[in-house]
Design a protein around this ligand. Structure first.
Ligand code: PMT
Length: 224
C-alpha cells in the first residue's frame, strides 16, 4: 500500500454529473462518468485519509474504505457538501455540476400532443464551490476546471474568482482526456502561482499527482 501521508485528513470529494428534472421522467445532465472523482476518493483512502464521496448518478462501484452519499440534483449535492464541510480538512470538487436547470419542472410527464413545449426555460443553479469557499474556515479547497480552450488562463481565473487553493484544469476536447475516458491530461494551478502541465495519464495516476500537490501545499494534519 502507498505511504500513509493523508492519515489524519478528512477528505470530502464530489464526483459525477448532476441531473436536473424536466418532468418526472426526463432530466438535463452531462457526460461525466464519475471516474475522475472516484479515482481521487480511492487514492485519498489508500493514502490513509477518511473519505466521504458525494456522488451524482454513476455506474461505478464505491471504492474500498470510502463512505458514499448519493445525490441527483445540484441542490442535493450542495446540501450534502455543506453538511460535511465542517467535518472535512480538504475538499476536492471533481463533480460536473449543472450551471442551469429547468425553471419550472413539470409535475406530470409532458405529453406529446398539440400543446408540447417548443422551448425549455432555464434558471441558474447555485455555484457550490463559490459557496463552499465563502463558508470554509481552515479547509483546503480544490476545484476542477473543464475547458475546451485557453486551459491555463481559464484555470487561473477560476482559482482567483472562486478563492481556491488549487485548481485542476482539464482540456475536455483532447483525445483521451476529460469526460468518460479512463485517462486525463491535467494541469495544476495553485495559489502560489505555480503551474504544472502533466502528460496524459490514467485518472488513478492523475489523482495521485493531485494529492501529491495538496500534500506539498497544506500543513500536515497527522497526529505525531
Ligand atoms: O467524471 P469523468 O467522466 O471522469 O470526467 C471528469 C471531469 C471532466 C468531469 C472532471 O475532471 C472535471 O473537470 N470536473 C469539473 C467539471 C466542471 O463542472 O467544471 P467547470 O469548469 O464547469 O466548474 C468549475 C468548478 O466549479 C468545478 O470544480 C465544479 O465542480 C464547480 N461547480 C460548477 C458549477 C456549479 N454550479 N457548482 C460548482 O461547484
Amino acid at each position: 500500500s502507498p505511504r500513509q501521508d493523508f492519515m489524519g485528513e478528512r477528505v470530502l470529494v464530489s464526483a459525477g454529473p448532476t441531473q436536473e428534472p424536466i418532468d418526472p421522467v426526463r432530466y438535463l445532465s452531462n457526460r461525466s462518468s464519475g471516474k475522475m472523482g472516484y479515482a481521487v476518493a480511492e487514492a485519498a483512502a489508500a493514502r490513509g485519509a477518511e473519505v466521504v464521496l458525494v456522488t451524482g448518478p454513476t455506474a461505478l462501484a464505491i471504492p474500498p474504505g470510502v463512505q458514499a452519499v448519493a445525490v441527483k440534483t445540484t441542490e442535493e449535492m450542495h446540501k450534502a457538501l455543506t453538511g460535511h464541510l465542517a467535518w472535512s480538512t480538504i475538499v476536492i470538487m471533481a463533480a460536473a455540476v449543472a450551471d442551469f436547470r429547468p425553471a419550472r419542472p413539470a409535475g406530470q410527464k409532458i405529453k406529446k400532443d398539440a400543446k408540447f413545449p417548443t422551448a425549455l426555460e432555464l434558471e441558474p443553479t447555485v455555484d457550490i464551490l463559490t459557496d463552499l469557499a465563502d463558508r470554509r474556515t481552515t479547509q483546503f479547497l480544490v476545484g476542477f476546471a473543464a475547458e475546451t480552450q485557453d486551459l491555463v488562463s481559464h484555470a487561473q481565473a477560476k482559482l482567483k474568482k472562486k478563492g481556491l487553493d488549487l485548481v485542476v484544469g482539464n482540456n475536455v476536447l483532447t483525445e483521451g482526456s476529460g469526460f468518460g475516458s479512463d485517462t486525463n491530461q491535467i494541469i495544476l494551478v495553485d495559489r502560489t502561482g505555480r503551474l504544472t502541465e502533466l502528460p496524459l495519464m490514467s485518472k488513478r495516476m492523475a489523482a495521485h499527482a493531485l494529492l501529491d500537490r495538496v500534500r506539498e501545499l497544506k500543513p500536515d494534519n497527522r497526529v505525531r
